[in-house]
Design a binder for this molecule. Structure first.
Ligand code: P6P
Length: 349
């Protein structure tokens, strides 16, 4: 085991140590990351008690995407907002569960950071006890000042992110984050309520082991994606080993496995979803930031997700993310076979 895994390092101490890597750091980001870790602990507690606490199951309401909101994601959404709406660290928030921006309530001083979050990704898996996750993205506000944040503060390109994190509620609860100095993973010890360092400086291993795609959509994929999938399966003419297929239907679980074992997750555009399904600001950007920090790459099939300028809060984007060589191969297949789709998509990009 690498030496530093033998030390008992809590996420709070690690965040503080990371602050030391940023000269002139004020501690505001450190405190915001502390708050996020605390929110994660509260959500983790409920995910393990969901059945007992009768929090399992769907509410009568739907979210902005017309998806039935599961009780747990309503709880997660509220915990994250209330943890950050009064600290003076955040000037505006955006949640995947809400149509519009979430402003800091009157009487509380807006801060310096922008917090974007998907409170419970994969929530359709809650009732079947499959892994689910929370995703966070943090920007600095564009204009200094203490007024309330704006849509422009949220719709920034991914390469402006200053931190990103996710929490995966699975066989154990893990929080994985980066402030631009590598990707680090912490496993929750529920007996003491602490996230302890378990994976430092995560880098995506080679050769890759897995690919993750929903083959139920195969009928609707473009020619380029069809050829790419055949290549991943080793069915093309060239003689190379096939990758194994793993798909849980929970982005965080599929992403996390590929981060640790090497692989590619793809949710491409298709005939029914011409811009794909996943959201640029809540899912693709933070995970692209983490993938890049771990030596990987994320693309919309044309170019780097981190270079995209978001046009709207809930903008969807095709996503190929994980091992850099596999993602670049996807771009090559789309360039070769999907000229028509690319021409249409380029205008929307
Ligand atoms: P499909 C969950 O609903 C989610 O947003 C992601 O977590 C997941 O990767 C994807 O959708 C699964 O979508 O269409 O394959 O069920």
């Amino acid at each position: 085991m690498p030496p530093d895994e033998r030390k008992l390092v809590t996420i709070e101490r690690h965040i503080l140590d990371q602050q030391g890597q940023h000269p002139g750091a004020t501690g505001r980001l450190t405190s915001l990351l502390y708050d996020i870790a605390l929110a994660a602990k509260l959500i983790a507690r409920e995910t393990t008690r969901a059945g007992i606490a009768n929090i399992l199951g769907a509410t009568a309401s739907e979210n902005v995407h017309g998806e039935t909101q599961q009780k747990l994601d309503v709880f997660a959404d509220q915990v994250i907002f209330r943890m950050n709406d009064h600290t003076g660290r955040v000037c505006v928030m955006a949640s995947e569960e809400h149509d519009d921006l979430l402003h800091i309530p009157q009487g509380n001083k807006p801060g310096y950071y922008v917090l974007i979050y998907d409170p419970l990704d994969g929530s359709s898996n809650i009732d079947v006890n499959a892994p689910i996750g929370t995703i966070f993205a943090i920007h600095r506000r564009i204009e200094p000042g203490d007024g309330r944040g704006t849509l422009a503060d949220v719709l920034q390109p991914g390469h402006k992110l200053i931190a990103a994190a996710y929490v995966i509620y699975g066989s154990s609860t893990m929080m994985v984050y980066s402030t631009g100095n590598g990707v680090h993973g912490f496993t929750l010890d529920p007996s003491i309520g602490e996230f302890l360092l378990s994976h430092s400086f995560i880098t995506i291993p080679t050769p890759a082991k897995y690919y993750s795609a929903n083959h139920g959509k195969q009928k609707f994929w473009t020619a380029g994606v069809q050829h790419y999938i055949e290549w991943l399966q080793g069915l093309d003419a060239a003689d190379h080993a096939p990758l194994e297929h793993r798909y849980i239907g929970s982005l965080i679980a599929d992403f996390h496995r590929n981060l640790l074992r090497g692989g590619v997750f793809l949710y491409p555009a298709d005939a029914r979803q011409p811009s794909g399904k996943l959201r640029l600001t809540y899912e693709a950007q933070p995970l692209a930031f983490l993938a890049a920090q771990a030596g990987g790459y994320a693309s919309d099939g044309v170019g780097d997700i981190l270079d995209l300028q978001p046009k709207s809060l809930h903008q969807r984007v095709p996503l190929f993310i994980g091992s850099r060589d596999l993602v670049e191969q996807a771009e090559a297949f789309l360039r070769e076979y999907d000229q028509v789709w690319l021409a249409q998509y380029h205008t929307a990009r």
